[in-house]
Ligand binder design. Sequence first.
Ligand code: ADP
Ligand code: MG
Length: 698
Amino acid sequence: MSRVRLPAGFAGVDLPDSWPRPRLRPDPELLGQPVESLPGVGPTAARRLARLGLRTVADLLAHRPRRYEQPVERRAISELFGDGEAVIEGTVQQGASGRRRGRLHILTARVGDDSGSIRVTWFNQPWLEQKLLPGTRVRLRGRPNRHGFAVESYDLGSASATADFAPVYPATEELSQKQLRTFAESALAFARAGGDPLPAELRAAEGLPLAADALVAVHRPRSLEEAEVGRRRLAFDELLTLQLALARQAAAREAAFASPLPPPGHLLDRYREALPFTLTSAQERAIAQIDGDLAAETPMQRLLQGDVGSGKTVVALYALLRAVEAGRQAALMAPTETLAEQHFATIGSLCSELGVRVALLTSSLRAKEHALVRQLVASGDVQIAVGTHALIQKEVAFRDLAVAVVDEQHRFGVEQRALLVEGRSPHVLHMTATPIPRTLALTVYGDLAVSEIDAPPADRVPVVTAWVTEDRSSVAYERLCRHLVAGRQAYVVCPLIEASETTLARAAEDEAERLRVSELRGFRVGCVHGRLPAAERREVMARFKAGELDVLVATTVIEVGVDVPNATIMIVQEADRFGLAQLHQLRGRVGRGAEQSYCLLVSRAKEELTESAQERLEALVATTDGFELAERDLEIRGEGHLLGARQSGLTDLRFTKLRQDRDLLARAREVAQALPGDGLLAAAVDRLLGGSEHLGES
Ligand code: ADP
Ligand code: MG
């Protein structure tokens, strides 16, 4: 493996004005500093960084570039030709002037070098107008076109954005590459503060560079090879930490004891009869696997994974009823109140048919009711309790909990420890609707048994997805109205804006009001958002389910769990603002019946979209297969972001490219077995396992 050298500057440009100051003594606390502590990061930038999940200096260091710029040749202005990418250097000759065309801001300036001059344009960067004064030196990377030269990246004074192999980070449109590069550069000053988690002998034996050098190589490489060597070193750390964590978990689980349940009987026969459909073979297979687990003395630790709409809830309820049949209790834990309410609505009606007592426990219950429900759970009168993870873990004492279903929570098991009763652990079924590529599942759920519902109920027709830009949104609404006229129902999802829940809520209400008098005039339009009091929210959802509302205008609160098979069309406004996994979840709200369903993604104009936003929308149009989308998401965003903030075991994989790094994974497994679990690595394992307590709400 080639060695990583400290950089001596970018190929082709001058040395930077200053080097990061070396930190001699590792001080991991420095890495935990908020991003605001870095020069140039104010409250606004900090808020925008937080939207990318970047809150600390360490987060910035772990923000892996999605790719690097290819080196391009510097050209004299008179020698620009064609439309190939090029770099030019010169000075501003005439001050810049800006104008607007729709929402596009266009800034032009004349730039000249020894050979000539050219008209240069910047898009959507109005603030540059004041900086591009005559005489300012600029280095510009971009493409010639018939109007002059369109800038892709630029440097005023020193060069880092236009350098060869400049990093291209996962960005948002409110945070430019330029800003991210500057922030990452500042964070690099602390690269040494983390110390090196790998023991020196191991590092030498594996031929790996120092962690700090690897970070520098990733963020400021002089060649693509150097960047890759750095990335693999950091990926090795991650995989090793993960393997050590899995080993620790597995050991804890093997020591735990659960009481086995007697085989399924009459209640479950009645359950099957009560269902309005027959179970698919994938569902039957999962059920048989669960039955096997419940007969054992070690607690069940099973992951039930299946795409949105594949029919996991029916299987989950089966597991819950197994506990009830044995005269014991069960819990269903959801990540949000809305989802808990939805689950309650779904299983509640089936359970009352079966004479099973179910209670919903949410923080929006009045104190008195809350206390009453807790008491009924403690006495065993409530057979199935439904609530949020946080609530059930912290506040409820079960008389005899036998089975817990954990929905959409990452798996590292706080819940298990919290629910331990007199040395007995409950059997736990983890459910995820966020598909995890098979390649990942094995690694990350290495010690969990996995049941997969790999095929949807046979009557399903894949949702047809189309992407249109705003100027054609009226076509989308016309189509939506045709569904309504035919007696179907619809969702309209409001844009995901950077704002407080309250602002979002107001925007949703305004939009519902606007639609009532315009595109959707004459239809019954309801609105749900996160600020609606729980009782009202439940009522709106119930009216929609009962067909008393034609359209539900909503924020992403409907992302999970909402199940109305008569809803056959969805419009997502400003779809480019959503993540791929999120759009997939949203789309899962339609296509839940036998009817052909549609998902219409309306985005802003193409010029306004980031590269990755376009890729996301294209991917959604191309496939409805959640596994395939998850793989695409990996490619577009990097592994770490696969599951968003929800599942943190994976959010810690920042540098790993699992499909590419199989050899590293195998090596990490071997090394983990021989490694003493102490030092910085052990601390990393603690962080990985302990991080879960902060999560759960989304
Ligand atoms: P998931 O939780 O996996 O997203 P659900 O369990 O909510 O999916 O099921 C989606 C829809 O499919 C529900 O309306 C459910 O009643 C229905 N469903 C589940 N299993 C079957 C089946 N075997 N045949 C037909 N419909 C089914
Ligand atoms: Mg579901």
